[in-house]
Design a protein around this ligand. Structure first.
Ligand SMILES: [Zn+2]
Length: 162
């Protein structure tokens, strides 16, 4: 199965809140397969369904050699401690900016069998969870940047040849 194209900044699907997954059918199974294949590549940490053009609440991750997915994720816990490292996005290719995130996050959702999935962790996993759930809500990490960084980021985005 071909890897679906990654949608990039400016595509309205990235700015549209995704719908919940309400039934498991072949289309959802195909979506999960594409999310898992699409994230299992060098340099990829997470992939949200709308980044491959499907406006449904699902994302995949590839962190510390563990690849997984979750349907209908809800963030249930964010730590008080803040991390402030560089963040990037497949939909904003080649650009990285410092972005403050909670240093711990936990999300709860389900898998294709309807079983509960809990994804949680500190550091990169926490950043990934927040970044991907943002995607599903129609946000990009650019929205999360401090004002001065954001100004530079938006100028750099305008220079992207997409
Ligand atoms: Zn992203």
């Amino acid at each position: 199965m071909a890897i679906r194209d990654i949608r990039v900044v400016g595509d309205p699907v990235l700015r549209t809140p995704c719908d919940p997954v309400t039934k498991i059918d072949d289309a959802i199974r195909a979506l999960v397969k594409d999310l898992l294949e699409g994230v299992d590549m060098e340099g990829r940490a997470g992939l949200a369904a709308n980044q491959i053009g499907v406006s449904l609440r699902a994302f995949s991750w590839n962190i510390d050699d563990e690849v997984g997915y979750i349907l209908n994720p809800k963030i249930v816990e964010l730590g008080d401690e803040i991390q402030d490292g560089d963040e990037g996005c497949l939909s904003v290719p080649g650009l990285w900016f410092p972005c403050k995130r909670a240093n711990y996050a936990q999300a709860v959702g389900t898998d294709l069998d309807g079983k509960e999935v809990v994804v949680e962790g500190p550091g990169l996993m926490a950043r990934c969870i927040q970044h991907e759930v943002d995607h599903l809500d129609g946000h990009l990490f650019l929205d999360r940047l401090d004002r001065s960084v954001r100004r530079k980021a938006m100028a750099a985005v305008r220079e992207l040849e997409l």
